[in-house]
Design a protein around this ligand. Structure first.
Ligand code: CP
Length: 304
């Protein structure tokens, strides 16, 4: 099984990943946090763009499942000497890996990698394309908090234009019966948004009646060499940045991380008890263990 897009999964597949994650979450509370499930299997993490959460959680997920895990990182890989993606994947394929987890700056890179390997490929973020495992961990985090996802109202706010998280979450959240809206200035909403099937609002008033406010990071690194979509970060923060007073007492706040404190949200809101940001990270480890397991479930024996 490959996981390239959230559209690769049906709601029943996602429910199954929740059940697996529940089991793996329990393992994290033990003193010995390791099970032999993927013993003898090889997981290669190829991260050609910076990452803290996704890289560390996939590495730890593989290790807690007893897989052999190797990590290839952009600046220390032969990509920095001009090696192509094709040659990098063909080289790694010589080790007969079972799973390749890949983050890459180009949209479509993970799908392209499937052509050159027999391993399962997991898209850990491809440019402004998709980030399906972020969507799955966000869904799992919400399922842990609310119990049921059907009918939950969510506003996804901010830099939708350059966000792979928005692209996966809009479709994944709707797939699970959630009521999704996008909120942001017109310059941060991508062309063709009418085909996404969600309402778009250009005022923070649209946050009033939602259960969950999902803030997106301003993707500063993708702005290089282009006309900036906002006049300045200070102005963006003044108009669109949230403070604790902008969030209702029963509303929950999510963010994929890393947060630009003081840009999309004030520094004190990051640490507010209504923020689920670290809950998302905790859910991410269990969900990524479930994803690695599910990629190989068909080939694992009864004892797994
Ligand atoms: N949310 C997310 O993908 O974070 P990292 O870039 O740290 O992996």
């Amino acid at each position: 099984m490959h996981l390239i897009s959230i559209d690769d999964l049906a709601p029943a597949d996602i429910e199954n990943l929740f059940k697996l994650s529940d089991g793996f979450l329990e393992i994290a509370s033990r003193s010995i946090k390791k099970v032999p499930t993927l013993r003898g299997r090889t997981v290669v993490n190829v991260f050609l763009e910076p990452s803290t959460r996704t890289q560390s959680s996939f590495e730890l997920a593989g290790k807690r499942l007893s897989a052999d895990v190797i990590n290839i990182k952009g600046s220390s890989s032969s990509v920095s000497k001009g090696e192509s993606l094709k040659d990098s994947i063909l080289t790694l394929e010589s080790y007969r890996p079972d799973i390749i987890v890949m983050r890459h700056p180009q949209v479509g890179a993970a799908r392209m990698a499937t052509r050159y390997t027999d391993a399962s490929v997991v898209n850990a973020g491809d440019g402004a394309g998709e980030h399906p495992t972020q969507c799955l961990l966000d869904l799992y985090s919400l399922r842990r908090v609310y119990g049921a996802l059907q009918g939950l109202k969510v506003a996804i706010v901010g830099d939708v234009l350059r966000s792979r998280v928005a692209r996966s979450n809009v479709f994944g959240f709707q797939k699970m019966g959630m009521d999704v809206r996008l909120v942001g200035p017109p310059t941060l909403i991508p062309p063709g948004i009418e085909h996404w099937g969600v309402p778009v609002h250009h005022s923070l008033d649209a946050l009033r009646e939602v259960d969950v406010i999902y803030l997106l990071r301003m993707q500063l690194e993708r702005a290089k060499g282009r006309v900036p979509p906002v006049p300045s970060l200070r102005e963006y923060s003044r108009v669109w940045g949230l403070s604790p007073y902008a969030v209702g007492p029963d509303q929950r706040l999510m963010h994929p991380g890393p947060v630009n404190r003081g840009v999309e949200m004030s520094a004190d809101l990051v640490d507010d008890e209504r923020a689920l940001i670290l809950h998302q990270v905790e859910s991410g480890l269990a969900m990524r263990m479930a994803i690695l397991y599910q990629c190989l479930a068909g080939s694992l024996g009864e004892e797994a």
